[in-house]
Design a protein around this ligand. Structure first.
Ligand code: NDP
Length: 351
């Protein structure tokens, strides 16, 4: 018997889709990704990009600081139905991995089935669709929800890998407000809109933000370029690239060794953080061109306010189809939409 819904991906889009599909009695099967070294190195392990971050403070309902204090401040005592003594020990905001595990468990509790493997090939030219997993399993399904996300591009330096989560980040909005970055000099790499956005955001917390650009031309829009140039806390360094991330196990990142790619030579910039903003790559390789992508390689939605792709019965959710908002809450939103779209497609086709 073919599956009704196969969901590929296990970030907020995948789990939201799974929760909705499970509650609609569609018994979704979720491929959450394989746990292996290639996925670790490319940042595509199960639970997505949020699993690579620390505290999440902007997911509605999950505040900064102690959850216990937040709940008691937000809800009058007579309306609190939670086991507060249990929560009293939870002193920090929810972390990305915690949030993802909560969503995963919520999907499981509603009956979603989970396979810890990658989908490596699909045949979308036949019905039901055929999917192949890394470990050899073949699955047929009437609908597919693609929620494989995108991975941040990194420079590929060994020292960068060493300090991931200890000063090296590819998400200022996720990590920028952490105490380790406050009133400290920081480095942002890139000259696109994301780099300016990250630098501007970080300038609220940092003592100084050094933007390193490999050319002297911004890829960012003019308005964003002007924003960077007019911010007194942002210093722009042209023709500069990261040579090495410096630091220690105890302190994390302490400086960035910067090379001048025009004149040669290096110098060390003190910094407690290095933020990469050199683009993202959507995880669409396994589709092998069977779903239409936009000019940047993201899955193209074919209808406004729907999660339809170029293949009927195949829906997309989250960052794999979004190079613009890229937030946990927007991904969760499109995950929900994709499940509803799949449910309606199945009903309309008597499946
Ligand atoms: P972009 O591809 O636009 O920019 C990437 C930047 O990183 C470029 O400056 C590029 O340099 C640099 N870069 C790439 N690889 C390296 C490397 N190995 N070493 C050093 N520098 C490198 O990506 P963005 O993420 O900035 O933007 C993606 C899309 O999202 C864009 O369409 C953007 O407009 C949009 N966006 C819009 C926002 C807004 O409007 N507020 C905010 C954020 C994103 P080079 O130019 O030399 O190639």
């Amino acid at each position: 018997m073919p599956e009704h819904v196969v969901i590929i991906g296990s970030g907020p889009a995948g789990w939201s889709a799974a929760i909705y599909a499970a509650r609609a009695n569609l018994h979704p099967l979720v491929f959450e990704g394989a746990v292996n070294e290639p996925n670790r190195l490319s940042g595509t392990l199960p639970l997505g990009q949020l699993n690579l971050t620390t505290e999440v403070e902007n997911y509605p309902g999950f505040p900064a600081g102690s959850l216990y204090e937040f709940i008691t401040s937000a809800i009058p005592p007579e309306r609190v139905e939670l086991d507060l003594p249990m929560l009293e020990s939870h002193k920090h905001a929810v972390t990305g991995p915690e949030l993802m595990n909560l969503m995963r468990q919520q999907a499981l509790n509603f009956g979603a089935r989970i396979i810890t493997d990658d989908i490596v090939d699909v045949d979308l030219s036949r019905r039901p669709f055929l999917l192949k997993a890394l470990e050899g399993q073949s699955i047929e399904s009437h609908t597919i929800i693609i929620a494989t996300g995108a991975r941040a591009n990194y420079l590929g330096l060994e020292s960068e890998e060493r300090f991931k989560n200890r000063g090296v980040s590819a998400c200022a909005v996720c990590d920028g407000a952490l105490p380790r970055f406050r009133n400290k000099p920081l480095v942002v790499v890139g000259g696109g809109d994301s780099a300016v956005e990250e630098a501007t955001y970080l300038s609220k917390y940092a003592s100084q933000v050094n933007m390193l650009m490999r050319r002297d031309v911004f890829r960012a829009s003019k308005i964003m370029e002007d924003r960077a140039k007019s911010n007194p806390k942002i210093k722009i360094h042209y023709f500069r690239e990261v040579d090495e991330v410096l630091g220690s196990d105890k302190e994390g990142v302490t400086a960035v060794r910067v090379k001048n790619n025009r004149e040669g030579g290096t110098h060390d910039l003190p910094a407690s953080g290095l933020f990469l903003a050199i683009g993202h790559t959507p995880n669409t390789d396994f589709l092998r061109g069977q779903v239409q992508l936009n000019e940047k390689g993201y899955i193209k939605y074919t209808t406004l306010f729907r999660t339809y792709t170029s293949v009927e019965g195949v829906f997309a959710a989250g960052d794999v189809a979004d190079d613009y908002y890229r937030q946990a809450v927007t991904s969760a939103g499109t995950g929900c939409m994709a499940a509803l779209d799949a449910e309606r497609y199945l009903a309309a086709n008597g499946l």
